[in-house]
Ligand binder design. Structure first.
Ligand code: ADP
Ligand code: MG
Length: 334
C-alpha cells in the first residue's frame, strides 16, 4: 500500500475564496493517494457530482500502480495487458510527453521510485550499484503500446503517477460539461482544474504554495488546469540531506535542478501534470528553452533562491501574494 501524505499533498494549491452559494455541491474524498475536493455549481450539480466521484473511483481502479486489480499492476506483473480505453489513451499521451521531453518524464521510472521507498513510505537511500542496475530497466521506449495491447520487456514496470491526476482532471471536465455544468473547480492534490469561470463570471483565483509554507502567488484562471510539482510535496530526510519524490531518470536520484517548484498552466490537465514533473527535472534554463519551442502551456518557476519567473502568457493573470508581494518577478519572453 502507498502511504498517504495528506498534509503535503493537500497543501500544494489552495483555492482562495471558493464560496459555495445556492445550487452548489461540494465534496471531499480520498483517492489516488491524495485529498480531492470537488466544487460544482448549477441545478444539476448533485447528480453531476456523484457521477464525478464514480468516475474518479473508476480511474483510480484502472490506473493505480499498487492496486492489485489495476491494469497497470497486471502489466507490471505479467509483462502484458489488454488496456481499457482510459488506460490506453493516458499511456499513449504519456509516452508522447516522455518523447517530447527527451525522457525527463519517464513512465518506466517505477523500479527506482520504489527503491527509494516513495511507494511504501519505507524510505531509504539506495547505493550507486543498486541504482545503476535499476536504471537498466528504465526506458519508456521499451513500453510497446499497439492499439490497446501493452507489452513490457522483463523487468520494465510502468507508473502513471506523474500524469494520472492530470488525466482524471480532463475526464472530470468532460463529464461535467456533458452533465450540463458550466462552472466547477476540482482540486486533485496539487492539481487544480476549472470548468468555465465562477458562477458570477469572474475568474477563479488559485493560490500557489510557497516552498516554505504559505502562499507565493495567485493565478486567475478560466477553463484551465494548474498543476504544481514541488520538491517540498513528498520527501524524507536522512543524515541532513533531503530526498524528494521527483526523480531525474538520467541519474536515478531526486532531481536537483535548482528549482523548488514548477507550476504549469494549460487547457489540458494531462499535459500540465506531465510537464510539471518533466520541467522540474530539466531545471530553469532547459525548461524555458522547452517552453520557447511550444505554444500550448505557460509556467511559473520558483528557484532555490526564491526568485519567481513566469512566462509572458501569465503576465496579466499572475500576481505575487502576501509576504512575496515585494519580491522581484521576472517575466520570460519568447
Ligand atoms: P505528485 O504526484 O506528488 O503531484 P508529480 O506529478 O510531480 O507529483 O509526480 C511525481 C510522481 O511521479 C512520483 O511520486 C513518482 O511516482 C513519479 N515520478 C517521479 N519522477 C518521475 C519522472 N521523472 N518521470 C515520471 N514519473 C516520475
Ligand atoms: Mg506531474
Amino acid at each position: 500500500m502507498r502511504r498517504l501524505c495528506l498534509a503535503a499533498a493537500a497543501a500544494c494549491l489552495l483555492l482562495l475564496a471558493a464560496c459555495a452559494g445556492p445550487e452548489s455541491w461540494e465534496r471531499e474524498i480520498l483517492a489516488m493517494d491524495t485529498v480531492m475536493k470537488l466544487t460544482i455549481y448549477g441545478e444539476n450539480a448533485p447528480q453531476a457530482g456523484e457521477a464525478a466521484v464514480d468516475r474518479i473511483q473508476e480511474l483510480e481502479g484502472l490506473l493505480s500502480v499498487t492496486g492489485e486489480d489495476s491494469e497497470i499492476y497486471a502489466a507490471n506483473h505479467t509483462g502484458s495487458a489488454q488496456l481499457s480505453p482510459d488506460a490506453a489513451a493516458l499511456l499513449d499521451r504519456a509516452l508522447t510527453l516522455c518523447r517530447e521531453t527527451g525522457g525527463a518524464l519517464d513512465v518506466t521510472i517505477y523500479p527506482v521510485v520504489r527503491a527509494w521507498g516513495f511507494t511504501t513510505g519505507a524510505y531509504r537511500v539506495p547505493d550507486d550499484g543498486e541504482l545503476t542496475a535499476l536504471l537498466e530497466r528504465v526506458d519508456y521506449r521499451q513500453a510497446a503500446l499497439e492499439g490497446d495491447r501493452l507489452t513490457l520487456p522483463e523487468g520494465v514496470e510502468l507508473d502513471l503517477g506523474a500524469v494520472a491526476k492530470g488525466y482524471t482532471g480532463d475526464q472530470l471536465m468532460a463529464l461535467l460539461a456533458r452533465e450540463g455544468i458550466a462552472s466547477a473547480i476540482v482540486e486533485l492534490g496539487g492539481n487544480v482544474q476549472a470548468l468555465g469561470a465562477k458562477p458570477d463570471g469572474s475568474p477563479w483565483r488559485v493560490a500557489l504554495q510557497a516552498p516554505e509554507g504559505g502562499y507565493a502567488g495567485v493565478l486567475e484562471i478560466v477553463d484551465k488546469a494548474v498543476v504544481t510539482s514541488g520538491g517540498y510535496q513528498r520527501y524524507f530526510e536522512q543524515d541532513g540531506e533531503i530526498y524528494w519524490h521527483i526523480i531525474d531518470p538520467a541519474q536515478g536520484r531526486p532531481a536537483r535542478s535548482g528549482l523548488q517548484s514548477v507550476t504549469i498552466v494549460a487547457d489540458e490537465g494531462t499535459l500540465c501534470d506531465g510537464l510539471s514533473t518533466a520541467l522540474f527535472v530539466m531545471g530553469r534554463e532547459e525548461a524555458l528553452d522547452f517552453w520557447r519551442t511550444r505554444n500550448d502551456f505557460e509556467c511559473v518557476l520558483i528557484s532555490e533562491d526564491n526568485t519567481v519567473a513566469i512566462t509572458e502568457g501569465l503576465e496579466e493573470s499572475f500576481s505575487l501574494y502576501g509576504d512575496w508581494e515585494g519580491r522581484a518577478l521576472e517575466i520570460i519572453r519568447r
